[in-house]
Design a protein around this ligand. Sequence first.
Ligand SMILES: [Zn+2]
Length: 237
Amino acid sequence: MHNWVENLLEVQRIDIRMAKLQAQFDSVPGDKAAAEELRRSDEQRLAAAREAVLTFEKELKTIELDVEALKSKKAGIQSKSAMIKNNEEYRAAMHQIEQYDHQVSQIEDRELEVMDRIEKARADLAECQRVLDVTKRRVAEVQGDLDKRLAASRDALAEMAKIRQPALAAVEAQAAQRYERLRASGRSRNGQAVLVPVRDGVCGRCRMNVTAQLRMNALKGMPVTCQNCGAMLYSED
Ligand SMILES: [Zn+2]
């Protein structure tokens, strides 16, 4: 293998490693946002559960006031009824009292239902709180890991950049320029190689046939470009 090829392959190894590190670095904000989103949705669930408890408690309060009102009306009639001399009026008063009792017993049935709902809503609230606590701990862990990932990939990238400079300087100038141009053209996106071997007569990048003439030139160590994908080709022999 020609000298420039070996040297440039070393640069490319560094670049591929750097692309991976960069991808790790770039993925941190998205992963952080996803973790945040988990916490936020559990917080929303907790808020809804709290709201449900409050709603049922308000309903219970209203029921209790209604019962009190009916009971005080009943007491009013009871105290007046002692004074009634007329039979018909007395019966009417007794009938009214019965009606109040009936209404109270209906409302009290409803009261039991609402108390039952409050109990369930409170249990749900406690469960939501428990889930949120677990999520918060997990999210904090994940955020910590992500901060570490961010710092580690940033440091590693800085280290690799230091190594890259002399590695590139060691490459024959024209080859280095071609390689840099190719990288700038976006062909190395996602850390894809742009310097590839011709193997079994095909380009190592796009797998299309390479002409015999180009293969020969590659063997001689000349600058050869794949006519299909534009990769820099070299011969492994
Ligand atoms: Zn190709």
